[in-house]
Design a protein around this ligand. Sequence first.
Ligand SMILES: *[C@@H]1O[C@H](CO)[C@@H](O)[C@H](O)[C@H]1NC(C)=O
Ligand SMILES: *[C@@H]1O[C@H](CO)[C@@H](O)[C@H](O)[C@H]1NC(C)=O
Ligand SMILES: *[C@@H]1O[C@H](CO)[C@@H](O)[C@H](O)[C@H]1NC(C)=O
Length: 230
Amino acid sequence: MFCKITVVTILLGLFANHGRSALMSPTCPRGDYQKESPSGQEHLAACKQYTCNSCCFENITTQLAIMPIQQVGKLNYNQCDKLTDACSTQHTYLQCLYQCSPNLYPWMIESTRKLIAIPLCASFCDQWFMTCSADMTCAPGEGNWKTGLNKGFDASGNPVNPCKPGVMCRNYTETYGSGEGLCNNIWGTLFKYSTDTKNCIDPSNPTHNSEVVKSINSSYTTSICSKTEG
Ligand SMILES: *[C@@H]1O[C@H](CO)[C@@H](O)[C@H](O)[C@H]1NC(C)=O
Ligand SMILES: *[C@@H]1O[C@H](CO)[C@@H](O)[C@H](O)[C@H]1NC(C)=O
Ligand SMILES: *[C@@H]1O[C@H](CO)[C@@H](O)[C@H](O)[C@H]1NC(C)=O
């Protein structure tokens, strides 16, 4: 096996629940590439930190394994033909978290299975912003990729031009201004910038994230994969 799964369940409901929903067992967000609930996967082309227990199917990880990433789902990440490998890597961390992590359900709206206001660690946001400072996007205004870009494919199956007519490409520095601006705007309400180091989610550190979720309510079941196992 690629890795072993460590599942931690402690049945002591002692801590305040800062989550937004009543979901108490691992549930996956609703999406084109998501399972109903997490399970082990034979092979993920990227996001290997979630191999032993993931919410995503292999097909999204095939797209995330390309460097720099191009089309992921319905969206072109390389909007202005200027996406560096380093910037791409930060996006991939975040997409792997969003698409594959089995531990985000405390931030899920139960009725829609949509994630909302996941507190991203300021350190990750700031690093992401610095890494991408000279990369370009054509998302207008505050740079919301969900509402500001064209998505999908044309009749021949080719990706559409992500840039809306008349919108200029700008670098991340000009578009977002800071790591806070980046995290609070790029995916709409999905993420929020958090300086609360003990309670924030770091896409590059699944072990930390598991501990954060357990600290919200110790009844939460989380899992992390250990790559040390044969
Ligand atoms: C933590 O989870 C338990 C088990 O579902 C629940 O009964 C309890 O109310 C939760 N604690 C808080 C403070 O929300
Ligand atoms: C991804 O793969 C899963 C499992 O095979 C499938 O159900 C799903 O429709 C695929 N998603 C897309 C967008 O092709
Ligand atoms: C971003 O774009 C602005 C405006 O064109 C420019 O002044 C600035 O030097 C650019 N910053 C980086 C890091 O490329």
